[in-house]
Write a new protein. Structure first.
Length: 402
């Protein structure tokens, strides 16, 4: 049995935004190390929502907002996907009146409310000395706000898109790429059997890494990404040529959810409703590309239409257990966060830079956007990655912004 020292302080952990494989291993790594170093660890439920819904009353039942973590709890889930702490897209600085907790309605009745004062009071009431949010640039941008308010924040990046600035790698990205490759190869049998185009819509609101990397690994013939507005006729011409050259008469394109072709004024959205970070739910570009390819294929296929298999991969690449990389990196990130706490550091983003574990000022999250360098990594005429000059590139090739 581990002998736990007298508590040195309390660490709070939360997960926000979309779920990814690797969150539970990160929570486990940080929790186990913290407990053995003599700290108390609290898990904040449902991301930032847990810190606005908490009722500061010892008699209140706050079990839906916070849970004290033990080795027994985190060991049971440490190898699994998703986040056992649950998640949300809550932004405490921009809470619509409809989402203001009932016990705060008398004080916050505007259409949009900044509940940061309540978050600060709740952190103090819980006795949290160090806060570790795990999330993408939206979740972590609020961590930047709290750091500027004086909270000791250490941020851990996660996102399927791998688009958090300041780090080569975000938890969840490797599993996303792995699953995309696996699912694309599985769907080849149907595409080949029916001699069709295979159009797969993948993650990537602003950054195209989750389409580029699988294509570079041989999963697809072509890919279209948010950073380049593409010509749909050129895509059809290329895919038709790829199909002619294939013995099974099919070809594959990966389409980032944020991609646009010429003539589109904005991305394809499922509806116009926005979340607290101002994002509309993406979805539908794969449908649009598929429809246009069918119509245009007559022009490039001797007057005969080529039919399409159209699939949105979506949650299939973010569900389930993490792969090897997303089991190892979260372990390292959690322990690095604990190293910084022990060293008395805060206001840092845990990261990988040029293939090495590191940390940078947390402000980098809101200082810039991390996008694919099109000139270096994407052949705009060929609609595919550039396969050259790999020396000294990071492991994930085009993911370093340093």
């Amino acid at each position: 049995m581990t002998v736990v020292k007298q508590s040195k302080g309390t660490i709070g952990i939360l997960t926000g935004g979309g779920d990814v494989p690797g969150l539970n291993p990160a929570i486990r790594a940080l929790t186990v190390r913290a407990l053995r170093e003599g700290y108390r660890v609290l898990g904040i439920r449902r991301g930032w929502a847990g810190l606005i819904e908490l009722v500061r009353d010892p008699k209140a039942d706050n079990s839906e907002c916070v849970v004290e973590l033990s080795e027994n709890i985190v060991n049971k889930v440490g190898r699994t996907g998703g986040t056992f702490l649950h998640t949300s897209r809550t932004r405490p600085s921009h809470v619509p009146r409809a989402n203001v907790p009932e016990h705060l309605l008398d004080s916050y009745g505007a259409e949009t409310n900044d509940l940061t004062p309540e978050v600060m009071k709740n952190l103090e009431w819980l006795g949290i000395d160090h806060l570790v949010p795990i999330g993408g640039d939206d979740t972590l941008s609020y961590g930047v706000r709290l750091h500027r308010e004086g909270v000791k924040v250490l941020a851990i990046p996660k996102t399927m898109d791998n688009d958090v600035p300041g780090t080569d790698y975000c938890i969840g990205f490797s599993t996303c790429v792995t699953r995309t490759i696996e699912l694309t190869h599985a769907l080849r049998t149907s595409a080949g059997s029916h001699e069709r185009f295979l159009v797969l819509e993948v993650f990537g609101r602003y950054a195209g890494y989750s389409a580029l990397l699988p294509t570079m690994a041989g999963a697809a013939n072509r890919c279209v990404i948010p950073e380049h507005v593409f010509d749909i006729e050129r895509l059809c011409e290329l895919l038709t040529a790829d199909r002619f050259s294939s013995p099974s008469k099919y070809s594959v394109v990966l389409v980032s959810e944020g991609a646009r072709f010429k003539g589109m004024e904005e991305m394809a959205f499922q509806d116009q409703e926005q979340d607290m970070f101002g994002h509309k739910k993406l979805g539908g570009i794969g449908d649009m590309v598929s429809s246009r390819l069918k119509d245009l294929s007559v022009k490039y296929n001797h007057g005969r239409r080529i039919n399409v298999i159209n699939q949105r991969l979506g949650y299939m690449v973010r569900c389930g257990d993490p792969d090897a990389t997303d089991s190892i990196v979260p372990m390292a990130f959690g322990n690095l966060a604990m190293d910084l706490i022990l060293d008395g550091s805060d206001g840092r983003l845990i990261c990988v830079r040029n293939g090495r574990y590191d940390h940078v000022p947390i402000g980098v999250v809101t200082a810039s956007k991390k996008l694919v360098d099109v000139a270096k990594f994407y052949a705009t005429d060929r609609l595919r990655p550039i396969y050259e000059r790999f020396e000294a590139k990071p492991l994930m090739i085009m993911t370093s912004d340093y």
